[in-house]
Write a protein that binds this ligand. Structure first.
Ligand SMILES: [Zn+2]
Length: 418
């Protein structure tokens, strides 16, 4: 009961501190106070920050390698990465703490620990952002995500929400009839799964649909929206927590009521965020460098939310291509590469573009694309590279691109980092 209260309190807190019409300056003043309180009270409770400064900008920037290398020093229970991995094999619990991992290539998985109280708070936060107007009626929410089962388990206990969790480890033929019987009012799933449902004609009539867990490419959106006859919303989340949710106008707002964002410029108008998670205290994330690439909105959203709007989550740093050119190293971001391929023909609704060597790129297209259009896309990528002063070879291959359920879908894939 105490935990349910935590969910409700968090729901109210989130609604209030990011309410419509709240002035940005007043929001920032509140955030600054909340952040300062966290820096003075919670930060130093973990070994890594025991003697740390209380000013955010005096703290070091932390990357994934540092966090994973000294995992126990970043949480109050001093749980090591090895203990997390052992617990993941069993019930994902260590005393009253839940542990989890992101899907990633083995060895590069992000790990997290979260207390029971924080899980309920997280749930209230996500409900307040995603379903504020729907919470008063009973909802059946289907969650189809490759990870984090233990996190969402808490929703089953709220009474108003009937949660159906479907594992993506199993192919869709394994759960299609189960989800159709469950008849969800809300579906949260990676865009490729929503698109699969649309293209194969799942018998579903949800009131709301959310893309989550993977980059939402512009080619998936119209197919999903046409089938479900509604606007596709977006939940931006990662191992590091809930990072943003779209508003009723369809723009993504960052979860600044729980996370403080700083930005590092990447080029092409994109930024990569450093996050400070000031509402969590079991595992401390301060100035943590995310790999994501965001295009921030130049204008505030007209919905009236004080939270910063993002035009697009473009992908991850690992999706960038890197080349050696006469003038020095050249970095090309995944959105530019994607647009080159898709801009070549409206006939192209799926593709893979991989950098396989310093001077070599491979474009894969489905067999449904005509030879002429395929060659047009190959030439478009080639022109882009030349325009950037890059001398690289673009190979073309046509084959069937199957639905990938055990891995994250990445259409643009950079070279693996050593
Ligand atoms: Zn908005």
């Amino acid at each position: 009961m105490m935990l349910l209260t935590e969910t409700v309190a968090s729901f109210v807190h989130t609604r209030w501190h990011s309410r419509r019409g709240l002035d940005r300056a007043r929001f920032e003043a509140w955030q600054h106070r909340a952040l300062h309180k966290w820096l003075t009270h919670d930060l130093r409770q973990v070994a890594f920050y025991k003697d740390a400064a209380a000013r955010l900008h005096d703290l070091p920037v932390i990357d994934k390698a540092t966090l994973m290398g000294r995992f126990a020093d970043f949480n109050t229970h001093q749980i090591s990465a090895a203990q997390v991995r052992t617990a993941l094999e069993a019930d994902s619990r260590i005393s009253d703490v839940t542990v989890g991992a992101s899907t990633g290539t083995s060895g590069h998985r992000g790990l997290f620990v979260i207390s029971e109280r924080e899980r309920y708070r997280w749930l209230g936060n996500i409900l307040a952002k995603a379903l504020p107007d729907m919470i008063w009626q009973k909802q059946r929410v289907s969650i189809l995500l490759p990870q984090g089962g233990a996190l969402y388990d808490s929703a089953r206990k709220t009474g108003r929400i009937d949660l159906g969790f479907f594992s993506l480890i199993d192919g869709p033929e394994q759960w299609q009839s189960a989800i159709e019987t469950f008849d969800p009012t809300v579906i949260v799933a990676p865009p490729k799964i929503l698109r699969h449902m649309a293209e194969t004609g799942f018998a579903l009539a949800p009131k709301r649909i959310f893309a989550a867990a993977e980059t939402l490419d512009p080619i998936d959106r119209p197919i999903i929206e046409a089938y479900f006859q509604q606007t596709l919303e977006q939940i931006y989340m990662a191992t590091e927590g809930l990072l943003g949710v779209t508003c009723r106008l369809g723009r993504l707002h960052l979860a600044e009521d729980a996370i403080h964002f700083e930005y590092e410029a990447v080029g092409d108008g994109l930024v990569s965020p450093l996050i400070t998670s000031f509402r969590r205290s079991t595992q401390i994330l301060a100035r943590y460098r995310m790999n994501d690439l965001l295009r921030l909105s130049a204008q505030p959203c007209t919905c009236g939310s004080p939270l910063r709007a993002v035009d697009e989550v473009v992908g991850r740093m690992d999706d960038c291509f890197e080349f050696d050119a006469a003038g020095g190293a050249v970095l090309i971001t995944p959105d530019v590469l994607r647009n080159a391929v898709l801009g070549a023909s409206i006939d192209i609704t799926d593709f893979r573009l991989c950098q396989i060597a310093r001077g070599k790129v491979l474009l894969r297209l489905p067999l449904t694309v005509t030879k002429g259009n395929a060659r047009g896309a190959q030439q478009a990528v080639d022109r882009l590279l030349r325009a950037r002063g890059v001398d690289a070879h673009v190979d073309l291959e046509q084959l069937s691109l199957p639905l990938e359920t055990t891995r994250k879908l990445r259409r643009v894939i950079g070279m693996p980092k050593a």
